[in-house]
Design a protein around this ligand. Structure first.
Ligand code: URA
Ligand code: CA
Length: 434
């Protein structure tokens, strides 16, 4: 096969065969096809697109390029959940123990924070001693024992995607639906999922700012899943404002605990029930969404979901006492109120900016090797649609550095819109793609 011919074919808008896609991806992974040819191909895909067969082939070739996690020794349907990334998105921490309590095995690979969005592993490391470096054996054993485990990404998962993603990042070819959808789905499939629930965010804090784009991305991922025998559903959810109230590692752990106790923020609770119900149904543990939601609500009210969380923290080396005594979690030295400059209604809380405020306080990394501060972050006191009086608290900043707090306060105020005219809170669940 001839790489130049294949690039030309895609450039001219033709459909590539399965063999051609295999040749390209395996050749690229082995270093036989250079970056400059792959860059040209990525740009051709950016302009010409790929049909759903090509996209599914691309996905599976990236899966084949590296190791795959073998979850066959775990009983039951392994349903993974993936979020396209948001601010204050604590859903995994709630969902994992919640659906585990409903009998769905959760064998999850998670990542660290990236830019203005947080990462599940960073959040879990708020528990002193918590470790996500599990061997594949203890990972499987733990899921069979207590129903859930979270580990860090293994180094050799989908190396072709890693290479291609780095290349896309520097060639203006990240925002292509076939490239994004195959990238995300390849990682889910390589990490052993039988079925996948996607939470595709839309709004200023999300990758896909427009709802129509988010739906297109969701449709592409669902199509891949269905073509390769992994039942996939996608929920499109709002990321105009942060999810829940807390943004920051230990603060989000506390929020997750409250949600597992049935005392969490309304939006976070609702999203967890919607995503969780999809997972329970895909795992075959309920006949309908309503029945699944009832099961999950029971796991919250009878304490079994919280109990799973305790067992999980203990199994991975964390201090389970902190689940019942969150004051044992790291907490910042100072809590500073940000006060409303005006009377009115909150009409905007720019999620991306608020994520950056938390990062600025030390909750996220500015450089790859930066050490994060688990106790700092932002806790919102108001959300879009709430009324506020001048001088009333908009948020609490949890800080260890008062100088920094001043700068972040200014930045936070710029992320807030207060108006005299009232608005409705944005709809949390925008669409469902199956
Ligand atoms: N996240 C991914 O994993 N891949 C993409 O291409 C975009 C976002
Ligand atoms: Ca939150």
């Amino acid at each position: 096969m001839n790489t130049v011919e294949i690039i030309r074919k895609k450039r001219n808008g033709e459909v590539l065969s399965s063999e051609e896609i295999q040749y390209l991806i395996q050749g690229y992974a082995k270093g036989e096809i250079p970056d400059y040819q792959m860059s040209a191909l990525a740009m051709a895909i950016y302009f010409r697109g790929m049909d759903s067969r090509e996209t599914a082939d691309l996905t599976m070739e990236m899966v084949q390029s590296g190791e795959r996690v073998d979850l066959s020794r775990i009983n039951g349907v392994k349903v993974d959940k993936h979020s396209t990334g948001g601010v204050g998105d604590t859903t995994t921490l709630v969902l994992a123990p919640l659906v585990a309590a409903a009998g769905v095995p959760v064998a999850k690979m998670s990542g660290r924070g990236l830019g203005h969005t947080g990462g599940t592993i960073d959040k879990l490391e708020s528990f002193q001693g918590f470790s996500t470096s599990l061997s594949p054996e203890s990972f499987v054993q733990q899921v069979n024992g207590i129903g859930l485990a979270v580990m860090g990404q293994t180094a050799d998962l989908t190396p072709a995607d890693k290479q291609l993603y780095a290349l896309r990042d520097v060639t203006a070819t990240v925002d292509s639906i076939p490239l994004i959808s195959s990238s995300i789905m390849s990682k889910k499939i390589a990490s052993g999922a039988d079925a996948i629930v996607l939470d595709v965010k839309t709004g200023n804090g999300a990758f896909m700012k427009e709802e129509a784009q988010a739906i297109q991305l969701a449709q592409a991922m669902v199509a891949i899943g269905n073509r390769v025998g992994r039942q996939t559903v996608a929920v499109i959810s709002d990321m105009e404002q942060p999810l829940g109230m807390a943004v920051g590692n230990a603060l989000e752990i506390k929020e997750a605990i409250e949600t597992l106790q049935g005392k969490g923020p309304r939006d976070l609770t609702e999203l967890c029930l919607v995503l969780g119900a999809q997972m329970v149904v895909l795992a075959g543990k309920a006949e309908s969404m309503d029945q699944a939601k009832e099961t999950l609500q029971r796991a919250i009210s009878d304490g079994s979901a919280l109990d799973r969380f305790r067992q999980f923290v203990k199994a991975q080396g964390g201090d389970p006492r902190a689940v019942d005594h969150p004051e044992l979690l790291p907490v910042a030295k100072y809590v500073q109120e940000v006060k409303a400059p005006d009377d009115g209604v909150i009409t905007g809380l720019i999620a991306e900016e608020i994520g950056l405020c938390a990062m600025e306080l030390g909750a996220g990394r500015k450089t790859k090797d930066a050490v994060i501060d688990h106790g700092v972050g932002v806790v919102l006191r108001k959300k879009i649609g709430d009324t506020v009086r001048q001088g009333e608290a908009l948020a609490n900043l949890y800080v260890n550095d008062l100088e920094k707090a001043k700068q972040v306060e200014k930045r936070f105020l710029q992320a807030v819109r207060i108006s005299k005219e009232s608005v409705d809170a944005p709809r949390l669940i925008r669409a469902l793609v199956t």
